[in-house]
Design a binder for this molecule. Structure first.
Ligand code: PEP
Ligand code: MN
Length: 452
């Protein structure tokens, strides 16, 4: 497309232009006036992030595309309003900080930390409704839409939840910012990130050795050079699946200083696998915002589908703009990923490739739990590194579902959790998450696979 044509097409974009397309995975609100009132209230509330931060992240992602940084993106499958508490937020931050320390140490490269939090409240579902004992109600679509309890009242899509989601995101964001600004992420004090329940973890000794080594180097450098500012704080960015388009629209703001529209509900929104159609409402919404964006790429995507989507979302091949998160499953990645890597490389398109080894490896146990086997997650990640190496592309990051709580949701890992263990502490409302040990083990695996 030439520049004049593109300028005209961009003129046809507005934060609401997605409404002219088919929007999948949206709730059916009963009362349009009530919805419009909530959108209008939300549109007047302050944003959660600034365009400066968004552009700084885009720059850092551009560096990751050049092989200079590694992206660690992780958090809950779905946040809930009830989990917006001090221990849950700080424990999740602790795990991410510990993992990033392992990665920095092992990869000898800056790690870009992006949480799946402060807005991860909307979920795609495989069915619009759910039937129990002859009663059919709308599916639970995340706390921004309705409640998980199986009652007509809870499952009614409630526009007031848009406002509550914004408020809970702001509370989360405020606490994370305060922790980090207050010195919680200070590399001189990795003991701040210790989690009470992991003292006896089989991985604790290896982690502590690493931390001691880093402490020694730090003291050595600071003896020579004096205090080094970069060691006392880290950057943390936020991301969520921008699924519920009324919410995203209301937090999309024009920033004249930076010449365009930004989604200021998060730094780094992504399009989920089920809503990534080229002619769909989500692609329409995403093409008009200036944030760095990501797209989940599943096993059914062909090069013929992927290349036009890249064109639509990043027509100028702008550095840092587009991240592709592949989530193929350990059985399919070897067949499905190479043709996509080859096509993108052949076209010379600039993307950051990231592996999500979680979503293609979900299964149900005989006792009714949705789970994932650690070995399958590890296998997909292992294969991803090898496939990229063979294709001459770079795996520049990982996207994980994890928590700092002592949950038993994924099987296997250092303690070899079994099907029977799942009932001990299965807390997820949606997908099974890695617990602390499983997360740290994956970080160590990444270092072994890609470390130099
Ligand atoms: C998710 O990240 O929770 C999710 C639903 O992923 P995907 O769109 O890849 O299925
Ligand atoms: Mn999930």
């Amino acid at each position: 497309m030439n520049q004049a044509a593109r300028a005209i097409e961009q003129l046809n974009w507005a934060p609401t232009s997605w409404q002219q397309r088919v929007a999948l995975q949206q709730p059916q609100y009963e009362d349009a006036a009530e919805l419009n009132q909530a959108i209008s209230e939300l549109s007047g509330l302050p944003p959660l992030v600034t365009s400066w931060e968004v552009l700084a992240l885009k720059q850092a992602l551009a560096e990751a595309q050049q092989g200079k940084r590694f992206l660690l993106q992780g958090g809950d499958c779905a946040e809930s309003f009830a989990d917006c508490t001090s221990p849950i937020i700080s424990n999740r931050l602790k795990v991410l900080l510990q993992m990033s320390l392992v990665l920095v140490h092992g990869l000898k490269q800056p790690v870009l930390r992006v949480g799946r939090f402060a807005g991860q409240y909307a979920k795609p579902r495989s069915a619009d409704s759910e039937t129990r004992d002859g009663v059919t109600l709308p599916s639970f679509r995340g706390d921004v839409v309705n409640g998980p309890e199986f009652t007509a009242e809870a499952r009614r899509p409630d526009p007031q939840r848009l406002i509550r989601a914004h408020a809970h995101s702001a509370l989360t964001m405020n606490f994370v910012r305060a922790l980090i600004d207050g010195g919680f992420a200070d590399l001189h004090h990795p003991e701040y990130w210790d989690l009470a329940w992991v003292e006896h973890s089989p991985l604790a000794a290896e982690y502590r050795r690493m931390v001691a080594g880093i402490g020694d180097s730090l003291r050595f450098m600071e003896t020579l050079a004096g205090p080094i500012a970069g060691f006392t704080r880290v950057d943390f960015f936020t991301s969520h699946e921008a699924l519920l388009l009324h919410y995203e629209q209301a937090l999309t703001r024009q920033v004249p200083r930076h010449h365009g529209w930004f989604n200021l509900s998060t730094h780094f929104p992504w399009i989920g696998m089920r809503t990534a159609a080229l002619d769909g409402a989500h692609a329409e919404y995403f093409r008009g915002i200036r944030n760095p964006i990501a797209v989940k790429v599943g096993p059914s995507v062909t090069p013929e589908q992927l290349l036009p989507l890249i064109d639509a979302l990043n027509p100028e091949d702008e550095p840092g703009r587009l991240t592709l998160i592949h989530r193929m499953g350990h059985e399919q990645i070897a067949a499905k990923l190479p043709p996509l890597l080859d096509a993108v490389r052949r076209e010379g398109r600039r993307v950051l490739w990231v592996a999500d080894p979680m979503h293609g490896n979900t299964e149900s146990t005989s006792n009714g739990y949705k789970t994932r086997r650690f070995d399958n997650i590890r296998s997909e990640l292992d294969q991803a590194f090898d496939i990229h190496a063979a294709a001459g592309t770079r795996l520049g990051g990982v996207h994980l579902e994890l928590t700092g709580e002592d949950v038993t949701e994924c099987m296997g890992g250092a303690r070899d959790l079994s099907e029977a263990d799942l009932q001990r502490a299965y807390k997820s409302m949606v997908d099974p998450r890695l617990n602390y040990e499983q997360s740290l083990e994956l970080a160590m695996l990444i270092v072994r696979k890609s470390g130099r």
